[in-house]
Design a binder for this molecule. Structure first.
Ligand SMILES: [Ca+2]
Length: 213
């Protein structure tokens, strides 16, 4: 998993292994895939996690990038996922100064074969193998547009497909939707669930403590 952004933002997240149709977070939360407060490690190390670029880890938050141009930060889980059913929940915050609709580039969650590979697609390599959930906050596309930003989309790749920033990846996405998650005063959440070959992405960005698919 990886995140990159040119925004200042904080995250915490964890993966739940889905054992039954319904689950209890405490029972099935996988320690080796979890990143929960307080984010203490030994020295600069965080057990099961590696971070690169501008990412900093404090007891209360993980910040991938400061509110400055051309910053890139990632954090990767170091343990492969063995479960065929899983859900990942992320608490995040995207905020910055300046024009509230212009700053930032985006962030992504990666479920991929190759990790820790710096690249041009939201901090990771192009032609990746796996799944990417992209939270695109910047509209690169100048032509006719069929959606507003921020925009959340999913992309599957077998290593042969190029992510085209100029078209905001719209021609290679599985699906996508608009989501106004930027510069909110409350915490925002996203859940990514994979079960029975079905991928479901839900958000809670309206501070209602409820998921919206
Ligand atoms: Ca974009």
């Amino acid at each position: 998993m990886l995140f990159i952004t040119y925004l200042k933002y904080f995250i915490s997240f964890y993966i739940i292994e889905i054992v039954h149709g319904e689950w209890n977070t405490k029972d099935f939360m996988k320690r080796e895939h979890s990143l929960v407060k307080p984010y203490y490690g030994t020295g600069v190390d965080l057990p099961y996690w590696q971070f690169t670029g501008s990412t900093i880890v404090t007891p209360n938050y993980v910040r991938l990038t400061p509110d400055l141009q051309s910053k890139r930060g990632t954090i990767w889980n170091s343990v492969p996922i063995s479960s065929r059913k899983w859900e990942m929940q992320i608490q995040f915050k995207v905020h910055g100064k300046g024009n509230k609709d212009l700053f930032g580039d985006g962030l992504a969650v990666w479920y991929v074969k190759d990790r820790l590979q710096d690249g041009p697609v939201f901090g990771s390599r192009d032609f990746f193998s796996g799944l990417s959930i992209i939270l695109d906050t910047y509209s690169n596309h100048n032509g006719p547009h069929n959606h507003q930003h921020p925009y959340i989309s999913a992309m599957i790749n077998n290593g042969t497909v190029h992510y085209d920033h100029d078209r905001d990846g719209t021609h290679t996405q599985l699906a996508g939707c608009e989501a106004k998650f930027r510069n909110l005063n409350h915490d925002t959440h996203i859940a990514i669930r994979y079960e029975n070959d079905v991928l479901t992405v839900s958000t809670d960005i309206e501070n209602k403590a409820a998921w919206k698919e």
